[in-house]
Every structure is written in C-alpha cells, then in structure tokens.
Write a protein that binds this ligand. Structure first.
Ligand SMILES: CC(=O)Oc1ccc2c(C)cc(=O)oc2c1
Length: 294
C-alpha cells in the first residue's frame, strides 16, 4: 500500500507526520496524523488511537489536545484518523450528492465509526473496518510500533472508541473517552446517523451502542479498563451524551469503569487539554503493563 507523507513537523522531541493513502475499506483517499515519540528511533512503541468528534478531521486532536509532550515522555505513538470519507465519497454512483452539505451531524466529518449498510452510503462509509482492521495493518507495515494498542476519543469519537473496544476486547489494552455519546440508539445525534447509515431496523444499531454492548457482557474478565471524563457544563450532556446510562450498564455487568464528572467544563478541546495527561498515564499503565493484569 502506498503511503504519501504530506508534511512532517518536529514536536516535543518527536515527529508529527501527516499522511494520505488510498483505503480499500472506504474506497477513497483517507488522511491520518501520526505522532511518533523519540523512542521510536530506538525501537518499537505502542500506539494510542484517537477518534475525534463531529465536524473534526485528523488535525484537531494533534493541534489542540496538548498530548505530544507527555506522549513523548511516555514513549507512546498517537494516531488520529479523519472522522469520515471525504471528497467524491459523498456522491452516489450517478455522481449526485448523498448528503446535505449544511449538516454537521451526517456525512463528511460524521462517519460515526460504523460500517454503513444503506445503499447510498455503504460503498464508502466503512469507518469501523477502517479503524479496526485497515489502519492498524497499515501502521504495522510501515512504522516502528508494537502490537499493543489503546483507544480513546471525544463525543462521537468517544462512542467510537468505547464501542470498538467492547467489540474487540482482545485488541485494546485500555479505552478512554471525553464526553462520549454513550447510548447512540436513544439520542438524536445517534438516531439520525444510525437510521441513515444502517436503516430503520433498530436491532442493527445495537452492535454499535456502548450501553447495549455493556448490557450483553456477563463476565468482564479480559475486557479493557474504561476511563470516562465528562464536563458538567457540557451543553450536550442531558440530550445527547447520557453518561448515567453507561454508568448503570457498567455497574450491572461489573465492568471496570472509572467515570469522573468535572464541574464547570464544557464540550470543547479546553476540557480535553485539561485532562489529557490523566488519559495518557492511564493508557501507559495498561500498555506497558503485563497483559495478564487486564
Ligand atoms: C474542535 C472541536 O471543537 O470539536 C468539536 C466540537 C463540537 C463537537 C460536537 C458538538 C459533537 C462531537 O461529536 O464532536 C465535537 C467536536
């Protein structure tokens, strides 16, 4: 597979590298940003995947979270993929636009980390497969990384990170989220996206719903520990995020969840930047620990 390096920028003693490649899962050009810590010059390093939220692309986390300095100290690579296919992937076979360009919650910037099955979307909107299979294989082929992975995200990306980790517990050492959409089947952003990408049969939605996935777990042994931070001044808290649903489901299945509520913080990257160090330390603990400790 050909990888095109578009730019590289020295940061915190490591390198931020911006790549583009033709993805087979999404059938289009995809971009991702990779931060390699200085330890990658000496040997292989583990990787933290970051899934961004609605309206974002591969740049937001790398520019705004302030994660490079500690990732460089800890020796963790960071990868931030784009949040959806773009360009001609937004057109149907006849070249007609399949999305309303004015919408921020569907289409470009809003892939929701699912594999679309609805005919207009299924050719390109395969973000689940891209994140779980194609991107890790590509990184393993081209970069000095170990097979230890962790995953994290924000809002729509928090939903993506938690659902992906719960569906692939042996793949991720740990999972964390800021302000995640916890129960997408039952909130407006999720209902819109899941209807559009998966159709109206709600049983199909459950495979991507963190609360539904947690409800199915009878024994959480071997599942990755989950850290969630939620701001209490987040304007989307009550209608879209519903961390209490996650908390209840985790309690019922005895799942190892740490949910922290922070007075005064909103939905922005200021919140993420305020607590990203805690998430990096959390992931480092699990990435570098004995795997049998999980
Ligand atoms: C860079 C930034 O501000 O990111 C951002 C803003 C708003 C949202 C919303 C409303 C939802 C989401 O999933 O992500 C997101 C990200």
């Amino acid at each position: 597979m050909t990888l095109e390096l578009e730019q590289q920028i020295k940061s915190a003693g490591g390198w931020l590298k911006k790549y583009r490649h033709q993805a087979s899962s999404t059938g289009c050009q995809m971009r991702f940003n990779l931060f390699l810590p200085p330890q990658a010059n000496e040997g292989n390093v583990p990787v933290l995947y970051w899934l961004s939220g609605l309206t974002c692309n591969e740049d937001n986390f790398m520019q705004k979270a302030g994660a490079h300095r500690l990732a460089a100290e800890l020796g963790i690579a960071l990868v931030a993929p784009d949040t959806s296919p773009r360009g001609d992937a937004g057109k149907d076979a006849q070249g007609r636009d399949i999305m309303d360009a004015d919408r921020y919650d569907l289409g470009q910037g809003a892939g929701f980390y699912v594999n679309a099955t609805e005919p207009s979307w299924s050719a390109h909107y395969q973000m689940y497969q891209y994140i779980v299979d194609e991107l890790p294989a590509l990184l393993a082929e081209h970069f000095p990384i170990t097979d230890r992975k962790a995953i994290a995200g924000h809002s729509m990306g928090g939903h993506g990170a938690i659902s992906i980790a719960l569906k692939n517990p042996d793949q991720y050492a740990s999972v964390s989220a800021f302000s995640p959409i916890t129960n997408p089947s039952r909130v407006p952003w999720g209902e819109t996206a899941l209807t559009t990408y998966l159709g109206t049969d709600k049983t199909q939605w459950q495979q991507y719903d963190s609360v539904e996935l947690l409800n199915r777990i009878t024994d959480p042994t071997g599942y990755p520990h989950l850290l969630v931070d939620q701001g209490l001044a987040d304007e989307f808290l009550e209608e879209q995020l519903k961390p209490q649903q996650l908390e209840t489901a985790a309690r019922q299945s005895d799942y190892p969840l740490t949910l922290r509520r922070h007075p005064g913080y909103d939905h922005s990257y200021y919140f993420i930047a305020s607590f990203i160090d805690d998430h990096l330390h959390f992931h480092a603990h699990h990435l570098f620990d004995d795997p049998s400790d999980a």
